[in-house]
Write a protein that binds this ligand. Structure first.
Ligand SMILES: Cc1ncc(COP(=O)(O)O)c(C=O)c1O
Length: 381
């Protein structure tokens, strides 16, 4: 079976893990945690990084750090992995779901602007959602698959309403928008190092940012809000720390980030080149102003439906190829049916059940890629 996405552990992972054992630093402090924070910040052009136990916990800490409170609203795109919405729910806040831009599968800046201009009013400098009376507390765009939305426009909107911008960049390490690396595009930017990510730590995440005080606060929130080493704590904090063992793997991976992302980009361009020739298939996004991190690649059926996607995946499995459907929008998920929604979410609804993700591990061989394309051609025919 050619797997969908497995880690590439061809660097110094084993050496660094051995060092954790030799030094007994296997828990939540250690040289690799610090090194991973520095290396990730440097490679994404952020000033500071705070390592976390997962991308989801990083997102939660980022929202708490930006002052999101119970009963408030956080704006997110509906087309995302459920963890984006869960991070909002973990603040006891409510997601406001925005449609996507079909060209990059990310939050539509235009839809965001329309929704805000019609549905909020300003009271004492606060952004209040007219229907619910709730405060809008943050905007959280998602860098879907390592694509980047129109951050120029989204940044303008965030400044106009004075709302913090937290980017869910879970799979976007290595991406650039108009030549700007992801660490500079939002107030806070959150990565995931989950096992299926291009750069993994087995599990883990990272909050990136440029404001010293804010980042100190994020560190505080994620480390049980400890004030001194004498068990003195000044708020309800979280134990969201990354272990040195995770960070050891993360460092070995991050050292090779450029190479790993480059391979992902080559896989995307190979699939797109081959699938462009097949009728009935559309391609994963290609945008000239974004250097996508191309986390996953695959194809989009022109006419789909989840049943057809399932059938195709089953046929590919018979041919020894693992493939999968992709994110079901948040507004169609049981826990979030009653979220606040944009008037139309039709672009996300039209897209999601036509996507098939295909094998795209960074260590996949060219002949395996060819095998995948041939199998897809046979199955589609
Ligand atoms: C868009 C997005 N947000 C958040 C997450 C959550 O990251 P983690 O699994 O590290 O908690 C993921 C993970 O796949 C993701 O794709």
């Amino acid at each position: 079976m050619i797997p969908l996405a497995v880690p590439n552990l061809e660097g110094r992972e084993r050496e660094y893990l051995n060092r954790c054992i030799d030094t007994t630093f296997i828990s939540s402090v250690g040289e690799y945690v610090n090194k991973l924070e520095e290396l990730t910040a440097q490679k994404t052009d952020a000033k500071y990084g705070v390592a976390t136990s997962a991308g989801t916990t990083g997102l939660h800490a980022a929202l708490v750090g930006c002052g999101v409170e119970e009963g408030e609203i956080v704006i997110i795109p509906t087309f995302t992995f459920i963890a984006t919405a869960n991070a909002v729910a973990h603040c006891k806040a409510i997601p406001w779901l925005i449609d996507i831009d079909s060209s990059n599968w990310c939050m539509s800046a235009q839809n965001l602007e329309e929704e805000l201009s019609r549905k909020v009013k300003m009271i004492d400098g606060k952004v209040i959602h007219k229907d619910s009376g709730r405060r809008v507390a943050a905007i959280m765009p998602v860098y879907t698959l390592g694509e980047i939305p129109d951050m120029e426009k989204i940044g303008e909107i965030a400044r106009k309403y004075n709302l913090p911008l937290v980017a869910d960049a879970a799979a976007a390490v290595g991406a650039e928008y108009k030549g700007i690396k992801i660490g500079k595009l939002a107030d806070l930017t959150v990565l995931s190092f989950n096992g299926n990510k291009t750069v993994t730590a087995g599990g883990g995440g990272m909050v990136l940012g440029n404001k010293e005080e804010l980042m100190k606060n994020i560190k505080h929130i994620t480390t049980t809000a400890r004030v001194t080493s004498e068990y003195d704590h000044d708020m309800v904090g979280y134990n969201y720390r990354m272990t040195n063992v995770q960070a050891a793997i993360g460092c070995a991976q991050m050292e090779r980030m450029e190479k790993l992302v480059d391979r992902k980009r080559k896989i995307r361009s190979y699939y797109n080149k081959e699938f462009r020739k097949i009728e009935g298939i559309s391609l994963f996004p290609e945008n000239s102003n974004v250097r996508s991190a191309c986390w996953f690649s695959g194809l989009v059926l022109d006419k789909g439906g989840i049943e057809i996607v399932r059938e195709l995946c089953a046929s590919l499995r018979v041919k020894g190829i693992e493939s999968r459907s992709f994110w079901k929008p948040v507004h169609l998920q049981k826990p979030y049916m009653n979220s606040i929604k944009a008037d139309s979410l039709e672009r996300a609804e039209h897209l999601w059940d036509k996507i098939i993700t295909l094998p795209c591990s960074t260590n996949i061989s060219n002949s395996e890629l060819e095998q995948v394309v041939n199998a897809v051609k046979e199955v589609i025919n």
